[in-house]
Write a protein that binds this ligand. Structure first.
Ligand SMILES: NC(=O)c1ccc[n+]([C@@H]2O[C@H](COP(=O)([O-])OP(=O)(O)OC[C@H]3O[C@@H](n4cnc5c(N)ncnc54)[C@H](O)[C@@H]3O)[C@@H](O)[C@H]2O)c1
Length: 412
């Protein structure tokens, strides 16, 4: 075991701060299997943001470029938490420098970049991992256990959704989230999570069909300064094109034969972070909604039971991650988004160190490329009148102008 592990976070924006905060906590949860963690550096081109995050979360220094992290021989492990188009060049530099990489989802800004990252992973002798953070939610992990243990009986339906409203305001700035080909909008940004959850619970998806993909707001004003996450910012009178989808709906088929329906949106008013799903079998069901992250609904009562019906199950130490992973190990005290990031970072460091009782590993680059392939199948289905498209069969990216905006004359 190394005497110490030095970690850095590249990106001090919305999710970068969650990674920065998580590394502070990784040694307070689960077994004492890790060496001391040195919080080495936070990098962000926005130096004010980097310095603020380094001070808040107790990192040794703030730097203004990701290259400074790649070149620092004293850093062992790095989270990449910047816009998707930067994931490939940063991963390549970090792996070449012998550093372990935890890259945020979606894997990359393009299929070409994603494939290059998988090739990089094949030859790498460092850990290469991807942050599908919601896998670490105790309720979601508990539902997976119900399904995998056969407690719902033969599976009949998965319905997954990720509805957000961060793009409802047509005066919201044109950030990196609105650039890139079809599939890199709502599908890549939030769809990647719910597709991963579908597969985490029900196994691999093999095809997509019946897809409809649309843009509601086709132009947005250029930002005049830095924007953090979905935040507002002063904007210019000049506008630029939105290059990717606001909403998408599709059906999918799992390898098991189970069918699923998915819908994703970033223009669903009133839904700040509406990740949810329902799974049904012949003798049970479970439902989850991230707006209530510390509970799920469950029913395995039999038709003849007088008290047949769904019940609310409150997250507690009987569930994965909660026991040993939460300071107050008492049922019903609640759990949220930050814990998921702590467990994700802990799993990453467990992958590096190999302690006796590691957390389940993170997704690999190859796993995350598979998600991108599902998304490309969805886009291709939407361009082929909803035809079924096999995952992995789409070799070239979909043309950006392939869908007409629903509202080309969005108010300026
Ligand atoms: N796992 C999750 O739940 C989750 C949640 C949100 C975002 N994400 C992912 O995290 C990544 C970042 O998203 P975000 O919302 O935090 O973005 P963001 O726009 O809030 O932050 C990105 C930061 O990168 C910085 N940056 C840009 N270019 C840079 C460069 N060349 N060098 C250094 N810094 C640079 C920006 O200044 C900005 O502060 C994306 O891949 C996104 O999909 C994951």
């Amino acid at each position: 075991m190394p005497e110490q592990l030095s970690v850095a976070v590249i990106g001090a924006g919305m999710a970068g701060r969650s990674h920065a905060a998580a590394y502070r906590m990784v040694n307070t949860v689960f077994g004492a299997g890790l060496p001391p963690i040195r919080l080495a550096a936070i990098a962000d081109a926005n130096t004010v943001l980097a310095e603020d995050a380094a001070r808040r979360y107790g990192y040794d220094k703030a730097v203004s470029s990701w290259e400074a992290v790649a070149e620092d021989p004293d850093i062992d492990a790095v989270s990449i938490v910047v816009g998707n188009a930067l994931h490939r060049p940063i991963s390549e530099a970090l792996v070449a420098a012998g550093k372990h990489v935890l890259c945020e989802k979606p894997l990359a800004g393009s299929m070409e970049d994603g494939r290059a990252m998988v090739a990089l992973e094949k030859d790498a002798d460092v850990v290469t991992a991807v942050g599908y953070t919601y896998r670490r939610n105790p309720a979601i992990a508990a539902i997976r256990d119900h399904v995998r243990n056969g407690e719902l009986g033969e599976m009949t339906l998965f319905n997954g959704r990720y509805w957000c409203d961060y793009a409802c305001d047509a005066r919201g700035p044109l950030t990196w989230r609105f650039k890139g080909g079809l599939g890199s909008g709502a599908l890549g940004d939030v769809g990647a999570h719910v597709i991963d959850i579908g597969e985490y619970i029900c196994g691999p998806i093999v095809s997509a069909s019946g897809a409809a993909v649309s843009i509601q707001i086709s132009k947005r004003p250029l930002p005049l300064g830095a924007v953090v996450g979905h935040g507002a910012a002063p904007v210019s009178k000049e506008e630029g094109e939105v290059e990717n989808e606001d909403t998408a709906m599709f059906s999918a088929r799992f390898e098991s034969g189970l069918t699923a329906s998915f819908s994703v949106s970033r223009t669903a008013f009133g839904m700040p972070n509406g990740l949810g799903f329902d799974v049904y079998g012949l003798s049970g069901r479970a439902s989850f909604d991230f707006h209530r992250p510390a509970e799920y609904l469950f029913d395995d009562t039999q038709p003849e039971a007088r008290t047949r019906g769904v019940r609310q199950v409150i997250v507690g130490p009987q569930m994965p991650y909660f026991r040993g992973g939460y300071p107050m190990e008492a049922p019903g005290v609640g759990i949220g988004n930050q814990e998921d990031f702590i467990y994700q970072c802990r799993a990453f460091l467990d992958q590096i160190v190999g302690p006796p009782d590691p957390l389940p590993p993170n997704a690999s680059f190859a796993d995350a490329l598979h998600t991108m392939e599902i998304i490309q199948a969805v886009v291709r289905s939407s361009q082929s009148d909803g035809a079924a498209v096999a995952v992995g069969s789409v070799t070239s990216a979909a043309p950006v102008d392939a869908i007409a905006p629903v509202n080309p004359a969005a108010p300026a």
